[in-house]
Design a protein around this ligand. Structure first.
Ligand SMILES: *[C@@H]1O[C@H](CO)[C@@H](O)[C@H](O)[C@H]1NC(C)=O
Ligand SMILES: *[C@@H]1O[C@H](CO)[C@@H](O)[C@H](O)[C@H]1NC(C)=O
Ligand SMILES: *[C@@H]1O[C@H](CO)[C@@H](O)[C@H](O)[C@H]1NC(C)=O
Length: 796
C-alpha cells in the first residue's frame, strides 16, 4: 500500500466534492488509450507523463493514481515512469457485450494539488468467438405443394464478437431445391432465409438435409454449422396403383369355401391417410359378388360360394383401390375356373321294355338310354358296359345314346329275370362311375307241353272196392307260367271201343285224381288200360298223354266149388270099391275149383266125417280118396264120407261134399291096372290142385275151363264104363263166373261141350262133339290143340 493513498471511501467523497465545485479542477482534454482484448497482463498501454506534460517526479510527489469508473484496477500507473500497464486480461465481450466501441473511462488523479485528467481505454475486439447456432438441428416441414419462390426464415447464428468479427455471411450446402438469401434485420444484422427454387416431391425425396454455415468476418473467419432437416409433407398427389394391371388366376372348381383366390396389392406413393388403401370390387355383377369377396385391407380375394365349371367357366372381376384422399386405381382379375372331375356320369333311361317275350328274335331292343357327363375333356369322356355272361348287348347309336338289345332268344324257363347293371365310367382323374340297375322280365310263351311224371302208371286196386274209390293220381307239370302252365287232365277215348271206360273210371280234371266208378270184380276183369291226357291252357294249347294200367287185385270172394262128385244131382255118384282092393286103392277123387286166383284158389281137402273112420283117407292137396287098409268082409258095404274143401284165402272159404262108396265083391278087375296104381301110390301124380293153380296162373281162362270140363268128362266116363255110377256134367255156365277171355277186359261167355272118348280104356284121347253154346270158334280150335298139351302132363 502506497503511503499517499487514501481509502477508497475517502477518494469517492473527494471526487464528489470536485464535481460540485465545478470543472476548474478537471482538465477538459481526454486522453485516449486502446488495447486489444485478451492482451497479456503487464503490457504497456501508454505514458501519462508524456501526455500531461508533467515531470515524472510529480507523479510520485502528487500522489498520481488511476481510477476507473467502476473502480476496477484494469490499469496500473507506474509512478516512476508514468507508464500505464495492463493490470488484467480484458475480455471485451465481458466488459461491453455488444456495445461498440467498448470504452472504459478512467481518471488520472493527482491529490496534491488535486487535479483530474480524463482518459479512456478502448478495448478492441479480437475474433476470439465462434459463431453459434442456438439450435444445431433445425427442422423445417414444408408441404410438397409449396410453390417455388417461397422463403423460409432461419434463425441467425450468434457471435459474441462484434464488428467484422461478428457473423458476416451464411452459406448453404449445395442442393437443387433451396438457395440462401441474406436479409438485414432491423438491428442491422443479417439473417438467412431459404428460398425454394424447385418444387418438392415427397414421394421422391421426403426429406432433405442441408447444412447451414455461419461465417464471421474474422481473419481467419470462424464458422458454425447447423443441420437443416427439411421434411416434405405429403399431399394426395398420387393415386393408388396396382402392381399388375391384370391378375390371371386358375381356380379348381372344387376349391372349398373361403379358399384364397388371389391376393391383390396396390401401392400409393402418398403417405399417411393419402396412402391408406382400401380394396373393393368395382362395377361387378351380382354373380361375382355372390361368389367372391375381397378383403378391404389385405386385398385377399376369397371364395364365398362354390364354383362350378359347368355353370361358369371364367369371371372378370374389376377391382379398385381407393386411398384416404379418394383417389383410386383399377385392376382386373381374370378367374379361370379349372374343370375338376366332379361330376359322375349320368344315365337316363329313355325307354325300357319289360317284360319281353321269350323266344323273340335277337337284337330286340330292351332299353334305350343316354349318357351324360357334365365335366369336359377326359373328365367327360365315358365308357359304358354291362355284366359279362348276359344274353344282352350294348349298342351305341347316335351321340350318347345307347340301346340294350338281346343277343339271342331268351328262354323264360331257363331264366325269367335279368338284373342288368349298366356301368358308366368317365376317363377323368379320379375315374367316376355310375351304375344303373334295370330288371328285365321275360314273359312266358306256351312253348312247353305238360309232362307227365311217368310215361305209364300202374295202379293195384283191390276188387270189390266201394264205388268212387280214389284209386290213384296222375300228375303232369308244365314249365311255362300262368295259363300256359295250368294243366287240365282228361280221359282219352279208349283205343278199344269195347272197353266201357266211361263206366269204369273218372278223372278229376284239376288234380289228376282217378276214381273207380264201380266195384271191380277181379274174376270178371283183371286189368285194363287207358290213356290220360294233360293239356295246358295256352293258346294254342299243348298236351301230352300217359298210359294208365289198372290191375285188379284178387279178393277171396269165391268159395271152392266142387265139380265132382256133383251134389244135389238126382243120381248121385256112388263109387264102387272091390273088397279085394289093396290098401291105397284110389276110390275116387274130389275135384273142386275156386273162382279166385292165387292163394285164394289154393284148395286143400280134408275128410270131415266117415261112416267107418280109418277105412278111407283123403289126400289133403289133391282130393284123392284112397283106402287106408285092406278091406275085409266085416266092413259094411255102404259108406258115406264127408269131405271138406277149403281154399287158402283170408279168411278161408270152404265147401263140403258127400261121397257114397259101395264095397263090392264081384269085381276083381281093378279100375286101374296094378302098375298104374302103384305109380299113383308112389308118386301121387302131381296133384290135380297144383295143375289147376298152374293153369289159372299161366293159361287163359278158356283153357282152364276146358281142363275143368275134361276132368269132369273123364270122371264121368269112368263111372259110365263101370255101368254103375252115373254122373252128369253140370248144365249151363258155372254160376257167377265171368271169364276174361282176351285178358284185355273183353268179356266172354262160358262154354260147355259134350265130349266122348275116342279110344278104349287106358287112352286119354277124346273129342269135342259139339259146342253147347259158343260164340268164339277160334277158341274151340285152341282147346282142341291144347288137349294134347294136357296129355303131355301125364294126366290120364
Ligand atoms: C458470402 O459468402 C459467399 C460465399 O463465400 C460470397 O460469395 C459472398 O460474397 C459473401 N458475401 C459477403 C457479404 O461477404
Ligand atoms: C334282381 O334284383 C332283385 C332286387 O334286388 C332281387 O330281388 C332279385 O332276386 C334279383 N334277381 C336276380 C336274378 O338276381
Ligand atoms: C345294382 O345291382 C348290384 C348287384 O345286385 C348291386 O350291388 C348294386 O348296389 C346295385 N346298384 C344300385 C344303384 O342299385
Amino acid at each position: 500500500m502506497e503511503p499517499g493513498e487514501g481509502s477508497p471511501q475517502q477518494i469517492r467523497q473527494a471526487l464528489l466534492f470536485f464535481v460540485f465545485l465545478g470543472g476548474s479542477l478537471v482538465c477538459s482534454e481526454t486522453w485516449r488509450y486502446s488495447v486489444a482484448e485478451e492482451t497479456e497482463i503487464g503490457s504497456f498501454i501508454g505514458n501519462v507523463v508524456k501526455d500531461i506534460g508533467l515531470g515524472v517526479e510529480d507523479l510520485a510527489a502528487r500522489g498520481a493514481r488511476v481510477i476507473f469508473d467502476d473502480y476496477k484496477p484494469y490499469l496500473q500507473l507506474d509512478r516512476q515512469t508514468g507508464n500505464l500497464i495492463l493490470n488484467e486480461k480484458l475480455d471485451r465481450e465481458a466488459l461491453c457485450d455488444l456495445t461498440e466501441p467498448c470504452i472504459l473511462h478512467f481518471q488520472v488523479l493527482f491529490e496534491n494539488p488535486l487535479q483530474f485528467f480524463r482518459a479512456e481505454l478502448r478495448v478492441k475486439d479480437i475474433n476470439d468467438h465462434t459463431p453459434t447456432f442456438l439450435d444445431k438441428h433445425i427442422l423445417l416441414k414444408i408441404s410438397e405443394s409449396t410453390t417455388p419462390g417461397t422463403s423460409f426464415q432461419m434463425d441467425s447464428a450468434q457471435d459474441l464478437d462484434v464488428g467484422k468479427n461478428a457473423v458476416q455471411n451464411y452459406t448453404l450446402s449445395p442442393n437443387p431445391h433451396f438457395h440462401l438469401k441474406l436479409q438485414d434485420s432491423e438491428e442491422g444484422r443479417k439473417y438467412p432465409e431459404l428460398l425454394l427454387d424447385q418444387p418438392l416431391d415427397r414421394e421422391k425425396e421426403p426429406e432433405l438435409r442441408l447444412t447451414l454455415t455461419a461465417l464471421d468476418g474474422g481473419s481467419p473467419p470462424r464458422s458454425a454449422t447447423a443441420l437443416v432437416r427439411v421434411l416434405v409433407s405429403d399431399i394426395n398427389d398420387n393415386a393408388p396403383e396396382f402392381e399388375r394391371s391384370v391378375y390371371e388366376v386358375l381356380v379348381p372348381e372344387n376349391s372349398p369355401l373361403d379358399s384364397l383366390v388371389v391376393k391383390v396389392s396396390a401401392t400409393d406413393l402418398d403417405a399417411g391417410l393419402n396412402g391408406e388403401l382400401s380394396y373393393s370390387f368395382s362395377h361387378v355383377s351380382r354373380d361375382i359378388r355372390k361368389t367372391f369377396e375381397i378383403h378391404p385391407i389385405s386385398g385377399e380375394v376369397r371364395l364365398k360360394a362354390l364354383l362350378d365349371f359347368e355353370l361358369i367357366k371364367s369371371y372378370t372381376i374389376n377391382i379398385q383401390a381407393i386411398d384416404g384422399g379418394s383417389l383410386s386405381g383399377k385392376s382386373t382379375i381374370l378367374v379361370s375356373v379349372v374343370d375338376v372331375n366332379d361330376n359322375p356320369p349320368e344315365i337316363v333311361i329313355t325307354s325300357l321294355t319289360s317284360p319281353i317275350p321269350e323266344n323273340s328274335s335277337p337284337e330286340m331292343v330292351v332299353a334305350v338310354f343316354s349318357l351324360r357327363d357334365q365335366d369336359s375333356g377326359d373328365n367327360g369322356r365315358m365308357v359304358c358296359s354291362i355284366q359279362d355272361n348276359l344274353p344282352f348287348l350294348l349298342k351305341p347309336t347316335f351321340k350318347n345314346f345307347y340301346t340294350l338289345v338281346t343277343e339271342s332268344p331268351l328262354d323264360r324257363e331257363k331264366r325269367a329275370e335279368y338284373n342288368i347293371t349298366i356301368t358308366v365310367t368317365d376317363m377323368g382323374t379320379p375315374r367316376l362311375k355310375t351304375e344303373h340297375n334295370i330288371t328285365v322280365l321275360v314273359s312266358d310263351v306256351n312253348d312247353n307241353a305238360p309232362a307227365f311224371t311217368q310215361t305209364s302208371y300202374t295202379l293195384s286196386v283191390r276188387e270189390n272196392n266201394s264205388p268212387a274209390l280214389h284209386i290213384g293220381t296222375v300228375r303232369a307239370t308244365d314249365r311255362d307260367a300262368g295259363a300256359n302252365a295250368q294243366v287240365t287232365y282228361s280221359l282219352l277215348p279208349p283205343l278199344d271201343p269195347h272197353v266201357p271206360l266211361a263206366s269204369l273210371v273218372a278223372i278229376n280234371p284239376d288234380n289228376g285224381h282217378l276214381f273207380a266208378l264201380r266195384s271191380l270184380d277181379y274174376e270178371a276183369l283183371r286189368a285194363f288200360e287207358f290213356r290220360v291226357g294233360a293239356a295246358d291252357r295256352g293258346s294254342p294249347a299243348l298236351s301230352s298223354q300217359a298210359l294208365v294200367r289198372v290191375l285188379v287185385a284178387d279178393d277171396n270172394d269165391n268159395a271152392p266149388f266142387v265139380l265132382y262128385p256133383l251134389q244135389n244131382a238126382s243120381a248121385p255118384c256112388t263109387e264102387l270099391v272091390p273088397r279085394a282092393a289093396e290098401a291105397g286103392y284110389l276110390v275116387t277123387k274130389v275135384v273142386a275149383v275156386d273162382g279166385d286166383s292165387g292163394q285164394n284158389a289154393w284148395l286143400s281137402y280134408q275128410l270131415l266125417k266117415a261112416t267107418e273112420p280109418g277105412l278111407f283117407g283123403v289126400w289133403a292137396h289133391n282130393g284123392e280118396v284112397r283106402t287106408a287098409r285092406l278091406l275085409s268082409e266085416r266092413d259094411a258095404a255102404k259108406h258115406r264120407l264127408l269131405v271138406l274143401v277149403k281154399d287158402n284165402g283170408e279168411p278161408p272159404l270152404s265147401a263140403s261134399v258127400t261121397l257114397h262108396v259101395l264095397l263090392v265083391d264081384g269085381f276083381s278087375q281093378p279100375y286101374l291096372p296094378a302098375p298104374e296104381a302103384e305109380a299113383a301110390a308112389a308118386a301121387p301124380a302131381a296133384p290135380l290142385t297144383v295143375y289147376l293153380v298152374v293153369a289159372l296162373a299161366s293159361v287163359s281162362s278158356l283153357f282152364l275151363f276146358s281142363v275143368l270140363v275134361f276132368v269132369a268128362v273123364r270122371l264121368c266116363r269112368r263111372g259110365g264104363a263101370a255101368s254103375v255110377g252115373r254122373c252128369s256134367v253140370p248144365e249151363g255156365p258155372f254160376p257167377g263166373h265171368l271169364v276174361d277171355v282176351s285178358g284185355t277186359g273183353t268179356l266172354s261167355q262160358s262154354y260147355q261141350y259134350e265130349v266122348c272118348l275116342k279110344g278104349g280104356s287106358g287112352t286119354s284121347e277124346f273129342k269135342f262133339l259139339k259146342s253147347v253154346a259158343s260164340n268164339h270158334q277160334e277158341s274151340v280150335n285152341d282147346v282142341e290143340e291144347n288137349s294134347n298139351f294136357i296129355n303131355g302132363f301125364g294126366f290120364n
